[in-house]
Write a protein that binds this ligand. Sequence first.
Ligand SMILES: [Zn+2]
Length: 245
Amino acid sequence: MNVDPEVQRQLLELADVDAELARIEHRRKKLPELDEIATAEKDLRTHRDALVAIQTSASDLDREVTRQEREIESVRAREDKDRSLMASGSVSAKQLTDLEHELETLKRRQSALEDDLIELMERREAVGVDEQRTGAQVDAAENGLADAQRRRDEALADLDTQQARKDEERTALVAPMPADLLARYEKVRAAKGRGAGLLRQRRCGSCQLELDRTALAEIKNTAPDVVVTCDNCGAILVRTAESGL
Ligand SMILES: [Zn+2]
């Protein structure tokens, strides 16, 4: 394959641009914010689940409090009814004794119900404190996640800018290159990561392997416009004044 040495030299720039593009791609996949986001999402789920559980017990307790209050109210109504019956003077002595007895029972019942209600309300209060604390944890986790997402987006936008710049450079570099040269370059790049290297100090700039005397002599005797490749990695070996041939 014969290619103008000047065009061959541009392969070195192309290889640098491609290495930079590969670095950008790698950084895109390995952004520390991605791990941070995954952790923040997990945290948020945990706190949200906890909040749902707490809110469920809060509404259960609210229902119990209401039921207990209604129960106390009905006992109180019964007491009122008994008392007005006793005050009416229309009951017999036997009924009066029965009513007094019932009133005492109702009083004990009411007192027990009120104790239960106090306990329920105390539990409800504790759940309320829990709910507030967990709600704050949910808020903090949401903020943490949003912050990590914002930083990820900024980092990605920055990488997009860098990539666009390199893509542009690449387009300009490949424009004058013959298709078969590019095809060879791309084939080696796909397999080895780098498609071309500078021959310098007897080494291939791509795989860094030292060329033996025979190979060097052969390259030295090859016309500058003939494309030579590294026997080891297959990269196109670009010869410049630095090659020391
Ligand atoms: Zn090589």
